[in-house]
Design a protein around this ligand. Structure first.
Ligand code: FAD
Length: 411
């Protein structure tokens, strides 16, 4: 059996490892544009200089030898030949497969704003090469505009915060991290950003970029006509799946590659996992899908039903935060409990004994149990204590045979 995987990141690496653990003898080949294996989630640590490329790795140094995986790096897949079951790379070399996994991830999206795609000094933060480019650009930059205040935009801020530059963040939504924070939580962080002389412009769009005589960005003009001086723009405005090499429409692509619960695409023997499927573009989902795909490639039926991706934790400017599920009530039928003190803000959204979302800023205790309650929609009606104090012990049961068990899992 020849297993072939496109992509050497969260989904591809975990799939390859699972395949080898369950099949000691078949050939496993992994093809990637990447020349190193690293976690994109901690790219900001390379940007702030605290880690080098090796320090971003999430695999053992001898991973490919240890698991006997043939890694073809620096190779750009340009086509998949379904009929002849082979993957073609840019120099026309081709690789045969019996089972294929597409785990090619996603790329940063640069919105079609006037002069943004054309201008020099425009960067994104997705690959290690982007960090190197930003570092080079910073040699001549004093004013940086970050477009987008989502997770990647905030990571860009974290990476640049200690550098001697003026940072402005431009966000279409009405707050920082619109998917993770509510207005109140955002205002706490906005205050901290202000103390660091970082400006946040919310509820505005980037309308146009003015270029100087060298074609470098010089001003970012916003929809309210504010013109921000800038020598660099970092675009953190979402991602698009890497599907350019899929030319055969039998592999169905909508927002991403369409997969079923076994991570199988619409073509037999071809699977997909991770950001390329656009299910929930976060690391833990990519890992779970990679593992699920591997099981099914081996002929072992495994379904992935847990795609709960609405969980985020961060530590921004020394203040911890965890956001779980829906952080705003969908309508008036939901109850919203709030606990606030000096640097702590907690909010839980629930209805009929089921918790739908929680936001914990400054004190993230009990976030584990809350995550499980939200994910598994476990009813808490029978628990008569403060909702902010619920812990695992409240779900500790003794069954009819005298055996202990938990109604929520701590894993
Ligand atoms: C700055 C930043 C911060 C993030 N922070 C978080 C976070 O805090 N929490 C979280 O859960 N997630 C976070 N994410 C998202 C997370 O990194 C992704 O969900 C995860 O990397 C997806 O993994 P993947 O394996 O699907 O694809 P990717 O990591 O995108 O990797 C794709 C792989 O495919 C290869 N490839 C692509 N096209 C081709 C081709 N044509 N030929 C050959 N190889 C190809 C690439 O070289 C690469 O090896 C962050 C992402 C970024 C960029």
């Amino acid at each position: 059996m020849q297993y072939l995987i496109i992509g050497a990141s969260a989904a591809g690496i975990n799939a390859a490892k699972t395949l080898r653990e369950l099949d000691k003898y078949s050939a496993i080949t992994l093809i990637s544009k990447d020349t190193a294996v690293y976690s994109r989630c901690i790219l900001h640590k390379a940007l702030d200089g605290s880690r080098d490329l090796k320090g971003l790795s999430f695999i053992e140094e001898d991973f490919f030898q240890k698991y006997n995986i043939n890694w073809i790096k620096d190779a750009h897949v340009s086509n998949i030949d379904i009929e002849n079951k082979k993957v073609v790379i840019e120099d026309n070399t081709s690789y045969k497969f019996d089972k294929l996994l597409i785990a090619s991830g996603a790329s940063s999206f640069i919105p079609p704003v006037k002069n943004l795609r054309e201008g020099k000094g425009v960067y994104s933060l997705r690959n290690f090469e982007d960090v190197t480019s930003i570092e080079n650009g910073l040699k001549n930059a004093k004013n940086v505009v970050i477009l987008g205040a989502g997770l990647v935009g905030v990571d860009a801020v974290l990476g640049l915060i200690e550098k001697n530059i003026k940072i402005s963040i431009v966000e279409m939504g009405d707050r920082l991290l619109p998917l993770q924070l509510d207005k109140r939580a955002s205002s706490i962080y906005e205050k901290l950003l202000k103390e660091k002389n970082i400006e946040l412009f919310t509820s505005v769009k980037l309308e146009e970029v003015i270029l100087n005589e060298n074609g470098n960005v010089s001003k970012a003009v916003l929809s309210d006509l504010t013109a921000l001086n800038c020598d660099m723009i970092i675009v953190a405005a979402g991602v698009r799946p890497n599907v350019n090499f899929i030319k055969d429409t039998r592999i169905k692509v909508e927002k991403g590659i369409v997969i079923d619960k076994c991570c199988k695409t619409t073509v037999d023997d071809i699977y997909a996992a991770g950001d390329v499927t656009f299910t929930a573009p976060i690391w833990p989902i990519a890992v779970k899908q990679g593992i699920t795909a591997a099981f099914n490639m081996l002929g072992k039926n495994k379904e992935l039903n847990d795609t709960f991706g609405m969980k985020n934790s961060m530590n921004l400017l020394g203040l911890e935060c965890v956001s779980l599920g829906n952080i705003n009530a969908l309508d008036n039928s939901y109850n919203v409990d709030i606990l606030e003190s000096d640097r702590v803000y907690k909010k839980i959204i629930h209805k009929d004994g089921v918790i739908y979302g929680a936001l914990l800023v400054g004190d993230i205790s009990y976030c584990g149990v809350l995550g499980q309650l939200i994910k598994n929609k476990i009813n808490i009606k029978h628990i008569h204590k403060d909702i902010f104090d619920i812990d695992y012990s409240d779900f500790y049961n003794v069954d009819s045979k005298g055996q202990y068990n938990y109604a929520v899992s701590s894993t």
